[in-house]
Design a protein around this ligand. Structure first.
Ligand SMILES: C[S@@+](CC[C@H](N)C(=O)[O-])C[C@H]1O[C@@H](n2cnc3c(N)ncnc32)[C@H](O)[C@@H]1O
Length: 458
């Protein structure tokens, strides 16, 4: 799509913010091509060619020389990397440089899942992430991306921020990557320019303050709130930090970073002193526009420490008793740290580190997915689910079938596959060592269990 001119009011706003001279450099940068960047899944095996440079603030982020056709790359479908704009990966640096304790995290506005997959990688086996999206169709995409990322430490929910009010004080870290006017996307998405207006900026700011109003108290004593947008105006950025500081007790957090990385620190004067934000401009960083600020809840703020109730009661989910869970876990080749629940006879496994918190979440929110769905039981064995294939959990007792790239694409497209003679039964399909899904040889035919909704279409 041809780019339209920058809206006049936007030009005025930006030249006031940057000064006339820097505004010229900024607007020239908006005409340059967008760089494609990806972030690797540290728990899977990705093989990347065409890397131009490492993104200095991200452990697993890389800028590519060109934009490949990701939909034709089985490694993308296997969740070995996520295509993510490089400025947003600064969250990786924030988490690591502040050493934010790995506990219970919330990503309030999570779809399609870029930042949730980053948080999930950071937490690994040591934390639990609630990844929430209010819009139902977007929550579905989020669920798919979380399943493909495959770490089993995430609960996907579909709730309005106000539904979280019973969970005040539960979270060690809350990320609000707010819906915004998208000024930072003017280069990447030509449509964003047409949709922009000063009225829309005000609407977005009103929506952001409503979201934040439900988020401030969700952070436990000593925990962190991370606020981010992909827009430049102060109404949706610095003013939202002032709003938070007026409404809730927070302390400022300053991030150290290398000067040559290019982001600009913004000092935010509030009723409680100076807070800090970080601004990313496309003429200063190898990425798109972004704003981020970090605040800390005072140590003595309320913290919710749920206790385990004797019986877990839920309208749809059933708990598998601890002793049975442990046996099932070890028999299936896992590490014995799993706890199981069933939904419509399908088994879900979660790590047992945060069971009381998880059960409060399962009871309070509209949960769309959690842990890893393993499938149904058949005698002592499994009818395995596609979710298990894509997870990083072991798949003991299943034969593996490594495919070539073209065969893997046929599998992902649910096409007729040309396969060697294979024994009867289930086979795990892999590509470059990464699991993609299941096939079953019935003797007279081979069934492909890759989900219909996910299949590659030409
Ligand atoms: C900037 S996007 C999130 C991008 C995502 N964090 C990522 O990195 O992939 C903002 C999200 O907020 C959601 N949203 C819209 N209205 C909302 C509301 N009232 N409360 C919470 N989230 C909302 C949008 O549907 C959208 O998915």
């Amino acid at each position: 799509m041809a780019k339209t001119e920058l809206p006049k009011d936007f030009q005025k706003q930006m030249s006031e913010l940057l000064g006339a001279e820097e505004f010229e450099i900024f607007s020239k940068a908006l005409e340059k091509p967008v760089k494609t960047s990806i972030r690797k899944n540290p728990y899977k095996k990705s093989e990347l060619s065409s890397i131009e440079e490492r993104i200095p603030w991200s452990e697993n982020g890389f800028i590519l020389r060109e934009r490949p056709k990701f939909s034709q790359d089985p490694l993308w479908h296997a969740g070995t990397f996520y295509v993510q704009e490089s400025s947003s990966m600064f969250i990786d640096w924030v988490l690591r440089s502040l050493k934010i304790p790995k506990g219970i995290f919330l990503d309030m506005s999570a779809a399609p899942g870029g930042k949730s997959t980053l948080l999930s990688s950071y937490l690994g086996d040591e934390g639990l992430l609630v990844s929430n999206e209010v819009i139902q169709s977007r929550a579905q995409t989020l669920k798919e991306n979380i399943i493909k990322w495959g770490l089993g430490n995430t609960v996907v929910t579909n709730n309005d921020p106000e539904h979280f009010d019973d969970l005040e004080g539960l979270f060690d870290c809350v990320l609000v990557d707010a819906p915004c006017s998208g000024e930072g996307m003017f280069r990447k998405d030509p449509n964003a320019r047409n949709e922009w207006s000063l009225d829309n900026v005000s609407l977005c700011a009103a929506r952001q303050s409503r979201i934040l109003d439900h988020c401030g108290a969700l952070v436990k004593g000593g925990g962190y709130l991370i606020y981010s947008t992909c827009t430049f105006n102060e109404k949706e950025n610095e003013d939202m930090i002032r709003f938070l500081v007026d409404e809730f007790a927070f302390e400022p957090v300053r991030i150290r970073f290398e000067k040559e990385w290019g982001m600009k620190e913004s000092e935010i004067e509030t009723s409680e002193g100076t807070f800090f934000g970080y601004r990313f401009y496309p003429h200063r960083v190898p990425g798109e526009g972004f704003f981020i600020a970090i605040l800390r809840r005072p140590q003595d703020s309320f913290s919710l420490n749920p206790k385990r109730s004797k019986d877990f009661k839920h309208p749809f989910l059933k708990e598998i008793r601890d002793t049975d869970s442990e046996k099932l876990d070890l028999d299936s080749g896992f590490d014995g740290n799993g706890k199981f629940y069933t939904l419509n006879d399908s088994y879900f496994r979660v790590l047992r580190n945060f069971i009381p918190e998880l059960e409060v979440i399962l009871r309070s929110l509209n949960v769309r997915y959690f842990g890893v769905e393993l499938g149904k039981r058949k005698g002592e064995g499994w009818i395995p689910s596609p979710e298990w294939a894509l997870s990083t959990l072991p798949k003991k007792n299943f034969s593996r079938l490594e495919l070539s790239r073209n065969q893997a694409l046929d599998f992902l497209g649910k096409k007729e596959m040309n396969l060697p003679e294979i024994p009867l039964g289930w086979h795990l399909i892999t590509y470059l060592g990464n699991s993609l899904g299941w096939i079953k040889n019935l003797g007279n035919r081979i069934n492909n269990y890759y989900p219909k909704d996910w299949r590659i279409r030409k």
